[in-house]
Design a protein around this ligand. Structure first.
Ligand code: T1G
Length: 694
């Protein structure tokens, strides 16, 4: 089938982008669009052109699968197609159904007019790929909605609805039958009854601008970027669109986009885009495996986590029943949910109508019989094995055959939970991250007995819930938390050796983490961290040690943010280092006979992040993770690892697996054998290979 179809009727040529599933602008599509536009120009019988998509998509923009290959560099580019449209002395109207993203939207914005169906979704998501819209998109959007809103749109990668696009003049009409409406518009232009002003000829809203605008936009972008280059470049191009003439601004847009394309960050983010999609596929499931449909859900436990999970189901349109032991507990839980929805509405992330509809899908009960017919029950109570087991016995007794019995545990053994039921094949972990209604990661944990159907169901469910699902094996801490202990553990070991509290957190944050490891410990609660330490201490193999610093803080009554003092003292949002903590750490160093010394930022960065890579390699080795890229997906979505570094495993390969191995050898000497290099890592280093050969 042709990549761009051509149908001609009554003076109007309808050119259709045809590249399922998403209408990416592959080289074949661009070529055929170019030929179709040329033909429309030459053929006197053609009086107007309608540009449209197929298979429920207008176009997802540039062909990501061809990025960093030669195809992407072959003309025509999107800008060439735009130039053809501009020079065509005939109206071109875009008819948009479904997505118009990136280059797809830029192409539509170069048409004279635009009609969308109510299902249209418009966005310029290039920053997620570490690049800029390259075909004048930044300048086009600035002319449509002004500088501040354009920056917000680009940095968030937010998707606009047809209604929103109509209100902003981005599309001219919203009609169920976009083709018929586009035809009517084209005829109106031909009759002289309708005149369109090209997007780039429209005045930028909000002019004249404060001369300080460029600096303001740049600072705003840099604050959100956490080291990513594309947001800052976007701010510069937006400022140019306000200050320069259109031709110069468009040239600058193209130049900055060109600089980012091919950069390490663009490569890392493009890798990451593919990683998320790869993570959805589970190798080895029998061909005939079908996920169970989830039309009704229950969540056991109405605390912060349970309430958040209930919201996730409700927001995805799935009715959900919260179960708790007392009406009081339920009322409290429902109260928190109501407040969370109010906050979402206040922040503008949800309309009142949507929030009301979602809330209406959540009901509560203290009676397990009331959830007998749900398709999935997710347990989200305290991390205590006997409590969880007693709940699973009750679920086993009441739930209909074939229902999925899921646990949100972040650390307990799925097999021990499954063992108390008569249907271990239907038991599986679904680990959401807090706050569940916000964090994207859904770490699904396969027990020894979990059936292919259970695995397929929770993976499909993740997508339906708008989460990013990753499959993990059953072990202490699963993929994410198992690695986290090395990151946080090494932060404390470095404190013992003389690194500063603020210095460690600053290095992690400059690396791109949302919060440093010590600030995170304060946020989660020093007491919570110490409980985990103490529990782990019982299982540590001989020769391994943990730092006693957190225990000392706890003994000093420093619980973390919850009482305003942990590693730091908190004054509002400000973190202040207290002398008593510095003294307590120095005392630990003295007791252990450690000579304190200065650290460079480079050493701190290596010692924080390389142990993650080594433990990740051990997870690949023992099958906890299916692919290195799955680990990256967990760390980006669950722990805020910067996407522009691709994830810890990708980063490790960039800095060199040999260095990671050497770091593991030296940390094993100091901290104990469990810090030693993974056998897989050693083999890859020996053979000069990477994760692809794992
Ligand atoms: N190019 C190539 N393949 C794409 C693609 C694209 N733009 N978008 C999606 N796919 C593939 C994807 O890999 C998967 O394939 C299948 O389509 C279904 O996607 C000049 C240069 C479109 C909203 O950033 O946001 O324009 O992995 O599983 O959840 O300035 O994909 O199964 O083989 O994600 O329904 C800008 C990114 C490009 C769009 C669909 N465009 N895509 O989501 O399904 S840069 C984007 C998405 C650009 C210009 C520049 C989503 C989606 P496979 P899916 P989905």
């Amino acid at each position: 089938m042709a990549a761009a179809d051509w149908v001609f009727k009554d003076g109007i040529a309808v050119v259709t982008i045809s590249n399922p599933p998403v209408g990416a602008l592959s080289l074949a599509v661009r070529r055929e669009l170019g030929e179709a536009l040329a033909r429309a120009g030459q053929d006197d019988a053609v009086r107007a052109v309608i540009l449209t998509g197929s298979h429920g998509a207008f176009s997802a923009g540039g062909d990501i699968k061809a990025f960093n290959s030669t195809d992407i560099e072959v003309r025509p580019y999107v800008k060439d197609l735009q130039a053809q449209i501009a020079s065509l002395a005939k109206p071109v109207i875009a008819a948009i159904d479904g997505i118009a993203l990136g280059g797809g939207l830029e192409l539509a914005l170069a048409c004279h007019g635009r009609v969308a169906t109510p299902r249209a979704r418009l966005s310029l998501p290039e920053l997620k790929l570490g690049m800029l819209p390259g075909a004048a998109g930044v300048v086009q959007m600035t002319h449509l909605i002004g500088p501040e809103r354009t920056l917000d749109l680009l940095v968030s990668g937010r998707v606009m609805s047809a209604e929103e696009a109509l209100a902003d003049g981005i599309v001219d009409m919203v009609e169920e039958d976009a083709l018929a409406a586009a035809e009517a518009l084209a005829r109106a232009v031909l009759d002289g009854g309708r005149v369109f002003v090209p997007v780039l000829d429209r005045p930028v809203p909000g002019a004249p601008f404060d001369p300080a605008l460029a600096d303001m936009l740049r600072q705003q972008a840099a604050r959100k970027a956490r080291g990513a280059e594309a947001p800052v470049a976007a701010a510069e191009v937006i400022a140019a669109a306000c200050a320069m003439d259109v031709t110069a601004a468009v040239a600058f847009n193209e130049q900055r986009a060109g600089q980012l394309y091919g950069s390490p960050q663009q490569r890392a983010q493009t890798y990451y885009f593919k990683a998320e999609r790869a993570a959805r596929r589970v190798p080895g499931l029998p061909e005939a495996t079908r996920p169970a449909g989830i039309a009704k859900a229950a969540v056991i436990g109405s605390g912060t986590m349970g309430g958040g999970i209930a919201m996730v189901f409700a927001n995805a349109g799935i009715p959900v029943t919260l179960v708790d032991i007392s009406q009081d507990a339920l009322d409290r839980g429902m109260g928190i949910i109501a407040r969370n929805y109010d906050t979402s509405v206040k922040r503008g992330s949800m309309t009142q109508e949507k929030a009301d509809m979602a809330r209406a899908r959540i009901s509560g009960t203290t009676d397990y019989e009331a959830i007998a017919d749900v398709d999935i029950a997710v347990e989200a109570v305290f991390e205590k094995m006997d409590l969880k087991q007693s709940i699973f016995r009750r679920l086993d007794a009441v739930l209909k055959p074939g229902a999925i019995l899921a646990t949100n545990t972040s650390s307990l053994d799925i097999d021990a939970i499954a063992a108390v039921t008569g249907r271990p094949q239907d038991v599986i972990g679904v680990h959401f991250f807090s706050p569940a209604n916000i964090m994207k990661l859904q770490e699904n944990v396969r027990g020894t007995a979990s059936s292919p159907r259970s695995v397929a169901t929770v993976m499909a469910l993740g997508k339906a819930l708008g989460k990013v699902p990753v499959l993990a094996g059953n072990c202490d801490g699963f993929i994410g938390n198992r690695m986290l202990q090395y990151y946080q553990g090494e932060a404390e070991f470095m404190l013992e050796q003389g690194a500063g509290i603020e210095q460690i957190d600053r290095v992690a944050e400059r690396f791109g983490m949302p919060m440093g490891p010590l600030a995170i410990c304060d946020l989660a609660g020093v007491d919570v961290g110490v409980l985990i330490y103490q529990d782990r201490a019982k299982r540590l193999a001989p020769g391994n040690r943990q730092s006693p610093i957190a225990e000392r803080l706890l003994a000093m009554g420093r619980l973390g943010q919850k009482n305003g003092k942990g590693f730091y003292r908190y004054e509002g949002r400000e973190r202040i280092v207290d002398q008593e903590v510095v003294d307590a750490i120095a005392a630990v160093s003295a007791e252990l006979g450690i000579t304190r010394r200065d650290f460079t930022d480079e050493e701190i960065e290596a010692r924080l992040f390389m142990p993650l890579v080594n433990e990740g390699a051990k997870e690949l080795e023992d099958g906890t993770a299916l692919r290195a890229s799955d680990i990256d997906v967990v760390w980006v979505n669950g722990y805020g690892f910067p996407t522009h570094k691709g994830g810890p495993m990708y980063w490790g390969e960039q800095v060199g697996l040999e260095k990671v191995r050497d770091m593991a050898l030296s940390l094993a000497e100091r901290n104990g054998p469990r810090w030693g290099p993974s056998a897989l890592l050693e083999r890859l280093v020996r053979e000069g290979k990477g994760w692809a050969d794992a």
